[in-house]
Structure formats: structure tokens, C-alpha cells
Design a protein around this ligand. Structure first.
Ligand SMILES: Cc1cc2nc3c(=O)[nH]c(=O)nc-3n(C[C@H](O)[C@H](O)[C@H](O)COP(=O)(O)OP(=O)(O)OC[C@H]3O[C@@H](n4cnc5c(N)ncnc54)[C@H](O)[C@@H]3O)c2cc1C
Length: 388
């Protein structure tokens, strides 16, 4: 048997999702952005085909696969120019956390809808005064002794897709754990709850999904809004954050591949001297480098997804960080080189590549910035001292 990096099933999934992506493509996404609406048709069709919940348990309507499969879905949709950002959040973070730590009731309530896309969940950890330092988050849950309900108060920022979501999985901390190292608690907060307010942030991003600032003002939640154990803390959180990093890598690799394919197509045809511009090494070599960088990033992403799906949370953590870093950097470089390859056309709306310059930066900043990954690798992997 010929050794292969990807199984035949994975290759078949890749091909099938690529076909769906090709049916929609960049033209569809550009149209939804112009109309100021989300890519609902693509989301719904992907849901019907079972792609949105490939990682979720079969008994709750999912495909029974893992992050490996879900990352294939996102990468291929992105490579076709039509990524679905909410895949990073709804099935990958929220679906994973609920299926690993939720009660039977929470699984029954949420997983079938997250799997077929009829329900959607956003995820909120980032706070204005904490930023990269999640230990400083102050969104606080206190118990109402009379009813046993939780009352949640705090602010979140840059939360994606809240307008599309039925609920937000909010990372907070309990009152008695308000100071010191983060002991996070995860709450399912319905977007129509009293005291929950959202305000869209005016982003310079040409994307179908929007970001929001959230204010939670004594939002009353039933006792069973808490997902998992109040004391399990970081373990549960990272069960969601590692898939998020793998999926951000998939998002970045998909976008990088899309930009690169447009540049290659252009460089093969465009002739201003004797041969097409792609014959000049100054054009060809950076494109070849971008391709190599994307391939390398994919290998690390596959490693991270494989470790995660095999249950190695610690090993997956390191690999997922490295994969997100490598993919973010590869994406930024591929997009930059693609724009440059098109000359003036790289900046026209007709070719639609310039707006990817901003979009590509998202993978360098979120969900954890390039510098914070370099910090993680410096301290955790290399054992170097910390400066902060
Ligand atoms: C499009 C988009 C979508 C997002 N969606 C979500 C979402 O759905 N849910 C959610 O919770 N969050 C979301 N985020 C937030 C994202 O995770 C944060 O922006 C990110 O974690 C960085 O935090 P910050 O913006 O506060 O930057 P800061 O923490 O203020 O960092 C600013 C700069 O300082 C650097 N820096 C900070 N600390 C150090 C250090 N110790 N050493 C070296 N450099 C340092 C950073 O690398 C960065 O370059 C989204 C962000 C964007 C842009």
C-alpha cells in the first residue's frame, strides 16, 4: 500500500467540499458582502450536506469525525474563495466544548442544530481591558442564592457573528475566583436574554461576518447554563481553544491558496515583454515560496488536528499554536505576493485581491496573536524566561 498523509475518505471529503466551494466561490461571497448579509445559502447547503458538523458525535446529528475533517471543510471552502468564518466558532469551539463537557440535556439541546447549521453559537472570551492577557478577564458570574440562577456581568469585544447566533458561549469567572490566575467558567448565554446587548464594531474588513462589542448587565441564567465543571477551568477552555487554532490555520491556508491560485492564473497569461510574467523568476520564485509555506503550514495543521483527535490535548496545544502561527504568516505572505503579481490589477475591485490584505491579517492577530505564540514557544517549548 502506498503511504499517504491523508486517507481516501479525507481526500473524498476534500474533493466534495471543493465542489461545493466552486459552486459558490468568491463571486457569491463578494455579493453577500455588498448586500450586507451573511452567506446563508452556503451555510445552509453545507449544513444539509453534513459538512458543518463533521466533527460532532453521530448520536447528536454530527458526522462522528474530528477537527481533522472540519479543518478540511474550512480549508477547501476558503480555497474556493468562500470561507465560512463561523465554522471556527460554532461547531469547532462551542460544539466541541458541549460534546466533551456538556450535560446530556445540553448536548440534546444544541448539538443537532450546530451540526446541521440550523442553530449557531458564537464564542466570547476577549475583553477590552484584558486583550491577550486572558487572566485579566473580569466578566463575573455570581449565584442568586434564592433561585440558584447565575447573574453574569461584564464586557466582551470583537465577538464574531453574534447577529447570526442563538447563543454565545461566554468565558467568565465566578465571584470567588475573581482575582488571581484564570479559573474560567463557560456559560451558554442566549442572545435574546434580558441585559444582553450587542453593538457592531465598524471593522475595515471585507467579510460577510461582523464583529460585536457585548455588554452583559446582570444577565440572569438558569443553573444549567454553565457548561462543564465550575472548577475544571483551563482544561475545558483549551478543549475549545485548540480546535479554534487549528481552524484558524485552516482558514488562513484556504485564503492563501485562493490568493495564490489567482496570482498563478494571472502570471501564466499576462505578457508585457516576450514571455508571460510568470516566466520571470522575480515573479515565479515568491509564488513558489508561498506555495511551500502553505504546504508546510498544512502539515503542521494536520499534526495538530491528528493529536487533538487522538486525545492528546497537551501535544495538540503546542502543535495547534505552531500551526496557527505558520498558517497566519504563510497566508499574509501569499496574499501580499498575489496582489503584487497582478500589478495595478492587484488593487482593483474587479480582481478582488486587495481586500484580502486586511482579511489575511486576522489570522496573524486572532485568536491569539503571532507574538503570544512566539512567547508560548519561547517559554513552554524552549524553556526561556518570561518578560511579562
Ligand atoms: C476579525 C476578528 C474576529 C475576532 N473574533 C473573536 C471572537 O469571535 N471571539 C473572541 O473572544 N475574540 C475574537 N477576536 C479577538 C481576538 O482574539 C483578539 O483581537 C486577540 O486575542 C488579540 O487581542 P487584542 O486585540 O486585545 O490585542 P492586544 O492584546 O492589545 O495586543 C496588541 C498587540 O500587542 C502584542 N502583545 C500583547 N502582549 C504581548 C506580549 N506579552 N509580548 C509581545 N507582544 C505582546 C500583541 O501581539 C499585539 O500585536 C477577534 C478579532 C478579530 C480581529
Amino acid at each position: 500500500m502506498t503511504p499517504q498523509i491523508e486517507s481516501d475518505e479525507h481526500k473524498a471529503l476534500r474533493a466534495a467540499v471543493a465542489a461545493l466551494g466552486a459552486k459558490y466561490g468568491r463571486t457569491y461571497i463578494t455579493r453577500t458582502i455588498a448586500e450586507g448579509r451573511p452567506p446563508t445559502e452556503l451555510w445552509q447547503e453545507a449544513g444539509k450536506l453534513g459538512y458543518l458538523g463533521v466533527n460532532l458525535p453521530e448520536e447528536h446529528g454530527g458526522g462522528g469525525g474530528g477537527i481533522t475533517e472540519l479543518s478540511i471543510v474550512l480549508e477547501e471552502l476558503g480555497a474556493a474563495g468562500s470561507p465560512l468564518l463561523m465554522l471556527v466558532v460554532s461547531p469547532a469551539i462551542c460544539g466541541t466544548v458541549i460534546s466533551r463537557f456538556g450535560t446530556e440535556e445540553q448536548k440534546r439541546a444544541w448539538l443537532p442544530g450546530l451540526s446541521d447549521g440550523t442553530r449557531l453559537m458564537a464564542f466570547g472570551i476577549t475583553e477590552p481591558d484584558a486583550g491577550s492577557n486572558s487572566h485579566r478577564i473580569t466578566t463575573t458570574a455570581r449565584r442568586d442564592p434564592a433561585s440558584g440562577d447565575w447573574l453574569l456581568t461584564g464586557r466582551k469585544v470583537f465577538i464574531s457573528g453574534v447577529d447570526l447566533a442563538d447563543a454565545v458561549l461566554i468565558v467568565g469567572r465566578t465571584e470567588d475566583a475573581r482575582t488571581g490566575r484564570l479559573k474560567p467558567c463557560l456559560f451558554i448565554v442566549p442572545t435574546d436574554a434580558e441585559g444582553f446587548r450587542k453593538r457592531p464594531i465598524d471593522m475595515e474588513l471585507n467579510a460577510a461576518e461582523k464583529q460585536f462589542e457585548l455588554t452583559l448587565d446582570d444577565v440572569r441564567l438558569p443553573a444549567d447554563a454553565l457548561v462543564g465543571d465550575e472548577d475544571a477551568g483551563l482544561l475545558q477552555l483549551f478543549a475549545g481553544l485548540n480546535p479554534e487554532r487549528v481552524m484558524t490555520a485552516a482558514f488562513a491556508i484556504g485564503m492563501g491558496r485562493y490568493a495564490l491560485s489567482k496570482a498563478i492564473e494571472y502570471a501564466r497569461d499576462r505578457t508585457v515583454w516576450k514571455a508571460p510574467i510568470g516566466a520571470h523568476q522575480a515573479i515565479a520564485h515568491p509564488l513558489a515560496q508561498a506555495h511551500i509555506d502553505l504546504e508546510l503550514a498544512r502539515l503542521m495543521m494536520q499534526k495538530a488536528a491528528h493529536l487533538y483527535d487522538a486525545g492528546d490535548d497537551v501535544g495538540a496545544g503546542e502543535a495547534a499554536n505552531m500551526a496557527k502561527y505558520a498558517a497566519g504568516e504563510a497566508c499574509v505572505r501569499a496574499v501580499d505576493q498575489a496582489v503584487h503579481t497582478l500589478g495595478g490589477n492587484g488593487l482593483t475591485r474587479e480582481f478582488g485581491l486587495a481586500s484580502l490584505i486586511t482579511a489575511a491579517r486576522v489570522a496573524r492577530i486572532a485568536p491569539v496573536s503571532r507574538e503570544m505564540i512566539l512567547n508560548y514557544v519561547s517559554h513552554q517549548t524552549l524553556g526561556l524566561p518570561k518578560s511579562y
